[in-house]
Ligand binder design. Structure first.
Ligand code: COI
Length: 331
């Protein structure tokens, strides 16, 4: 069995080496390059490709992979929004992802950002760095005083809810697919509109599928409380960023944390030190004291990276053995 991996970063290599040592019977080869029609031939002869990229898995890339005999695509991440599924079907690809590499990684980050906004740590840190050690006007708000609206109660949403309960926040949730235990606890509201009307803080944990595109827009923001706080550690396309910027300007949204951005490809995980940002909106958002921007780092923990590598390789090997891994993506 041979597995070829694309886009392997230096920080993934220890996990990759550990997996290889535990699976001496599997031939592994990898590149730091992403999967494109041009790099597809690097995988020629492999049974499966292990991949992670934000770049689209296009028809051309999948066609070229299939031409080299590759039969499966195992993503090292959760999101599958960048796969051309029609093409994957046409070329007969088996697909897996890593849906639960570490829900805590993203959940913790989202709640950390939420609490940073409530305690106004960005302007406070700036003051302190400026030798201004006065309290006012940087007064905070307490988590237990907030009604937090959790949109999406999958693995990450559930861990987030548990953390929020520890803080003593009042949690309400919306998900068209309700979790039995959360339902028994009476956490769900029936409609997003109800959540928008009641929540002081809204945090998103839903996938970036077409149906959720720009769910946070001028119309939905208008239904929210004045001074609402919004946290998005899920997918950039959930948010109409122009509507958010306008609402930050008007004060309708008091604070905003974003770990994802619709135009993040080529922007996040790049070094812009000493240079201007190529994107005026991100420059504006980063400059605001009431906005926290992190460059898609919610997932980025040692535990998550290890799980992403190990589970994706396990799935690729299962496919090659004619088995269906638990992490198969049905499409
Ligand atoms: C995902 O797992 O879908 C993510 O968003 C994390 C990715 C940047 C590795």
């Amino acid at each position: 069995t041979k597995i070829f991996a694309y886009g392997i970063r230096d920080d993934e290599k220890p996990a990759l080496q550990a997996w290889e040592a535990a699976h001496p019977e599997i031939e592994v080869d990898f590149t730091g390059e992403l999967l494109t029609p041009e790099t597809a031939e690097l995988a020629n002869g492999a049974d499966g490709a292990v991949v992670y990229q934000q770049l689209d898995y296009t028809r051309a890339s999948l066609e070229a992979l299939a031409a080299g005999g590759v039969k499966s695509l195992s993503l090292r991440n959760v999101g599958t929004d960048n796969i051309d599924f029609d093409a994957a079907r046409e070329f007969g690809f088996k697909i897996s992802n890593v849906p639960v590499y570490s829900p805590n990684a993203i959940a913790e980050h989202s709640i950390i950002q939420m609490s940073r906004l409530l305690r106004r740590t960005k302007p406070l840190d700036a003051k302190i760095a400026n030798h201004d050690l006065r309290w006012a006007p940087t007064i905070g708000r307490e988590m237990r005083m907030q009604t937090v609206g959790v949109i999406g109660t999958g693995h990450i949403g559930q861990v987030s809810i548990n953390i929020l309960k520890g803080f003593g926040a009042k949690v309400i949730a919306f998900d068209p697919y309700q979790n039995a235990q959360l339902a028994a606890e009476g956490l769900y509201v029936d409609t997003l509109d109800e959540l928008y009307a009641q929540a002081d803080v809204i945090s998103l944990y839903v996938p970036g599928v077409a149906a959720n595109h720009h769910m946070i827009n001028a119309d939905s923001i208008a239904k929210m409380k004045d001074g609402v706080i919004i946290v998005n550690c899920s997918r950039g396309n959930l948010v109409d960023i122009d509507a958010v910027i306008a609402s930050l300007d008007s004060g309708k949204i008091s604070d905003f944390a974003m770990d994802v951005y619709e135009n993040e490809v080529g922007l996040f995980n790049e070094d812009w030190s000493g240079k201007e940002f190529p994107d005026a909106k991100i420059a504006d958002l980063i400059a605001r004291p009431n906005v926290l921007v992190t460059p898609h780092t919610a997932f980025y923990t040692t535990k998550a990276v290890e799980e992403m590598v190990h589970q994706s390789f396990d799935a690729a090997v299962a496919f090659a053995a004619g088995q269906t891994p638990e992490t198969v993506v049905e499409y």
